[in-house]
Design a binder for this molecule. Structure first.
Ligand code: AGP
Length: 590
């Protein structure tokens, strides 16, 4: 999704914005741009492609105010002219934007009638022209206010006025945070964009408008009440090192290595808040989990876990939530899960549930994100910044927190906490085990040229099979399909040919034997069977041994080798594991 960054202050705004754009790369993009003021001139630079490839940074002159954006094309093709910033006819107003202006065609037609000339195919370009139009009889601030009131859709916008050098920003549904620096102010889609400069942030709410007047002065007002707001300045606990790759070649391998810590930190919960959630769960006749992608697989595991203790529990991916909504009454407790806290489908599901009076508990990793501000109760995942598009450590923290809540609900908090810390240690041993890593690399070489992979698992391993397939699809571009073991003979076994690679997730528990039978059925039809489990099985072609744990904890241990496998297959195929094609870290538009 697009990423926006702006700076006004005594430091060099040009390099701050260029570096900020590099920090925002993980959001996914196809072009980028910056405008900065130097000697009252606006210097505009727009490029298609990766900002990482841009070498001309040192030729850019210094400035004290600049705005920039990484673009994920929605309206208009990937091109320099469609890249942001966009500008007014008089080139006094420059705009960067994340989101969609749904009524842009109406506004564009109106502005063309008034003589405005458009150069791009984007929805965004109506914003600088509309501000220019209102600016004819109003101040910069009022022109922006009037414009923002006319925009329909979900967006975050930052505007630079060349005449005054002032910046104005606002948000409605898309993320925008303000950074309070020692020598100036930042606006960005995400904290990591300026975390190397300050960890003092103001989380803006929908309808807030921030006006950065000079290096020391800013004003925040609410667009509807027009009231000036005194907003709380929060301190982000994440260090800038955490947000950087450090000694690792990629964020993915760094974040996989951080899994043991992430499991431990997921248990670092405020006991009072945890107890409130536990009491809500006990009191609620029904639970309903909702999320997208990897977080959705953690929710499915949550449905399995709470159903196993007799709690009526539903789950739906957020984009399909509306189909189950009629079955939910306000006594149902909605549990939403999200790493970013900005996934639009999950946010909309929560808003819908709240309209009906349901209580909402959210498990979120990013502090101050939209989901944390619209939910009734929030438990933080504490996994630290996750920059790789492929969710790895955040998935383990989501599962660990759901397990801790389950054990707490059963009055076994201490046991749950102890088990999770033990597994964190066991996984740490695994990740430090050189022969284990070498083995995964061998398998990665074998699988890097295949076109199809099938994944089978039963019971708690079914969510793990789905997550396995997702990781290999999004990280390695290999068609990978997951099946519940019991579905094999109902059709999918027809796909198996000689050498077809099949990953089988094994664990203790009632289904262990049935899963082994499935494996042999596949083998007898020529499949190349790869086992993941605690006990090596002799008839398997390849076996990945993981620590021996209780069945429910196989949710945690069985997925870690798959994270490593996806990483090493991606390297074998020359794919950038951190920024797979066509994907963004958080999906903020529909
Ligand atoms: C996972 O690797 C993907 N990046 C994606 O499926 C992700 O899990 C999904 O978009 C949900 O994101 P969230 O947890 O930030 O809401």
């Amino acid at each position: 999704m697009c990423g926006i960054i702006a700076y006004k202050g005594k430091e060099n705004a040009t390099s701050i914005v260029i570096n900020g754009l590099k920090y925002l790369e993980y959001r996914g993009y196809d072009s980028w741009g910056i405008v900065y003021l130097n000697n009252q001139k606006a210097r505009l630079l727009k490029k298609v492609g990766k900002i990482g490839e841009f070498q001309g940074q040192n030729n850019l002159s210094n400035s004290c105010v600049a705005i920039g954006q990484t673009r994920w094309a929605t309206h208009g093709k990937v091109s320099v002219v469609n890249a942001h910033p966009h500008f007014s006819c008089d080139k006094n107003i420059f705009v960067v934007h994340n989101g969609i202006v749904e009524n842009y065609e109406v506004l564009k037609a109106e502005l063309i009638k008034k003589g405005h000339h458009f150069v791009s195919q984007t929805d965004t370009e109506v914003i600088p022209h509309l501000i220019e139009e209102y600016r004819k009889n109003n101040s910069f601030v009022v022109a922006c206010e009037k414009t923002f009131h006319r925009l329909k859709g979900l967006f975050a916008v930052v505007v630079l006025d060349k005449k005054t050098g002032e910046i104005i920003g606002t948000r409605k549904g898309s993320p925008l945070v303000m950074g309070i620096g020692d020598k100036g102010f930042f606006l960005a889609s995400d904290v990591p964009a300026f975390l190397n400069k300050t960890n003092k942030v103001i989380f803006l709410d929908d309808g807030d408008m921030v006006h950065i007047i000079d290096d020391e002065t800013y004003k925040i007002k609410n667009l509807s009440s027009k009231k000036i707001l005194k907003k709380k300045i929060d301190t982000i606990k994440w260090s800038k090192e955490e947000a950087e790759k450090g000694k690792y070649p990629h964020f993915m391998i760094k974040e996989i290595k951080e899994i043991p810590e992430a499991i431990k930190k997921a248990t670092w919960q405020d006991n009072k808040k945890l107890q409130i959630v536990v009491n809500l769960i006990k009191k609620s006749p029904r639970l309903f989990f909702v999320a997208c992608g990897t977080a959705g697989h953690a929710c499915l595991a949550g449905q399995y876990l709470f159903s196993s203790v007799g709690k009526p529990t539903g789950f739906s991916v957020a984009s399909e939530f509306k189909n189950f909504f009629p079955t939910l009454d306000k006594k149902t407790l909605l549990i939403a899960v999200s790493q970013s806290g900005e996934t639009i489908d999950t946010i909309e599901a929560v808003k819908k549930a709240k309209e009906k009076g349901l209580k909402v508990v959210s498990l979120v990793n990013v502090m101050g994100s939209t989901l944390t501000r619209i939910s009734d109760y929030v438990l933080m995942l504490n996994a630290g910044p996750e920059k790789c598009v492929l969710a790895t450590k955040s998935y383990l923290s989501q599962l660990s927190l759901i397990l801790l809540i389950l054990f707490s609900t059963l009055g076994q908090y201490k046991k749950g906490d102890k088990e999770l810390k033990k597994i964190s240690y066991q996984i740490d041993q695994l990740l430090e085990n050189k022969s284990f890593i070498a083995k995964i690399k061998t398998l990665a070489r074998k699988l890097s040229s295949v076109r199809h992979i099938y994944v089978i698992g039963r019971s708690y391993n079914y969510p793990t099979t789905l997550e396995t397939a997702l990781k290999i699809k999004e990280g390695c571009y290999i068609h990978t399909e997951a099946f519940a073991g019991g579905e094999l003979k109902h059709g999918v076994i027809a796909l198996i040919e000689k050498g077809t690679p099949c990953i089988i997730h094994l664990s203790k528990g009632d289904e262990a034997d049935n899963t082994l039978i499935n494996a042999m059925e596949l083998k007898s039809r020529g499949a190349y069977i790869i086992g993941v489990g605690h006990k090596r099985q002799k008839d398997f072609d390849f076996f990945i041994e993981v620590p021996e744990v209780e069945e429910i904890f196989s949710l945690l241990v069985n997925i870690v080798p798959i994270h490593l496998l996806s990483y090493y297959i991606a390297l074998e195929k020359g794919i950038d594991p951190d920024k797979p094609r066509n994907l963004a870290k958080s999906v903020t538009v529909k």
